[in-house]
Design a protein around this ligand. Structure first.
Ligand SMILES: C[S@@+](CC[C@H](N)C(=O)[O-])C[C@H]1O[C@@H](n2cnc3c(N)ncnc32)[C@H](O)[C@@H]1O
Length: 195
C-alpha cells in the first residue's frame, strides 16, 4: 500500500472508506482532519453529522478546501473562465460532445459562511475561519487535469480520458494567452469544536 510505504510508523493505522460511513470505521476520535475533500461530498450535513458523532464534546474538527466561493484571488476568475472556454473548444475540435443536462452537485461551491452555518447546524462551533493566500505552482493545474473527480466535476458526462486531454490542452492555451507563471489562490481553513 502506497500510504503505508510513505508512513511506516506502526502507531499509524490506515482504514479505507468514505466520510459518509465514518462512524462504522472509527467509532471515537479526539480530532478529525478532512483535507481538501469536503467540497466533493454531496450530502455535507450527513457527513458533518457523522464527524460530530465520533467526537466528544470539546473534540476538534478541522478542514480546508481550495474549491469554494472566494478561492479565486483578485481578478484571476478570468483565467479560469478562459480555461473552460479553451477546453470546450478543444472538445469541439475533436468532435467530442458535452452533455448539457448534467449537473455536478458534488462540485457545487459554497461560501465560507455556508460552511460555517453547516458546521453550526451539526453541533460544530467554528473557532477559526481563515483565508490563506498562496501562489499556486502551475504544475498543480496540470496535475489536477488527471484527477478523475476534478474531470467529472468540470466536464460532467465527458469520458475521463478525453476530458483530461481537453482540460490539459485548454490549460496550455489559457496560460499562453494570459502569461501566468504562478497563480494566486485562497485556501479556506476552518477549525471547529464539538459542542
Ligand atoms: C483533492 S483530493 C485531496 C487529497 C488529500 N486529502 C490532500 O489534501 O492532499 C480529494 C480527496 O477526497 C477524497 N474523497 C472524495 N469524496 C470523499 C468522501 N465522500 N469521503 C472521503 N473522501 C472523499 C478523494 O478520493 C480524494 O482523495
Amino acid at each position: 500500500m502506497r500510504a503505508r510505504a510513505d508512513v511506516p510508523d506502526a502507531r499509524v493505522q490506515f482504514l479505507e472508506g468514505t466520510a459518509e460511513c465514518l462512524t462504522q470505521l472509527v467509532p471515537r476520535a479526539d480530532a478529525v482532519l478532512f483535507l481538501n475533500a469536503l467540497h466533493l461530498v454531496s450530502d455535507k450535513p450527513a457527513v458533518l453529522a457523522e464527524i460530530r458523532r465520533i467526537l466528544p464534546a470539546g473534540g476538534r474538527f478541522a478542514f480546508n478546501s481550495t474549491f469554494f466561493t472566494g478561492a479565486y484571488e483578485g481578478n484571476t476568475g478570468g483565467f479560469y473562465r478562459r480555461w473552460v472556454v479553451r477546453t470546450m473548444q478543444s472538445l469541439k475540435d475533436r468532435g467530442i460532445p458535452v452533455p448539457k443536462a448534467h449537473r455536478a452537485d458534488a462540485m457545487e461551491w459554497l461560501t465560507p459562511e455556508d460552511y460555517a452555518a453547516l458546521c453550526a447546524a451539526a453541533g460544530l462551533r467554528v473557532t477559526t475561519l481563515e483565508l490563506l493566500r498562496i501562489e499556486l505552482p502551475l504544475q498543480c493545474l496540470t496535475d489536477i487535469c488527471r484527477f478523475s473527480l476534478f474531470i467529472e466535476g468540470a466536464l460532467p458526462g465527458v469520458p475521463l480520458e478525453e476530458g483530461s486531454q481537453a482540460l490539459e490542452v485548454g490549460l496550455g492555451r489559457a496560460l499562453d494567452e494570459m502569461q501566468y507563471t504562478t497563480l494566486p489562490r485562497n485556501w479556506l481553513e476552518v477549525i471547529a469544536e464539538a459542542v
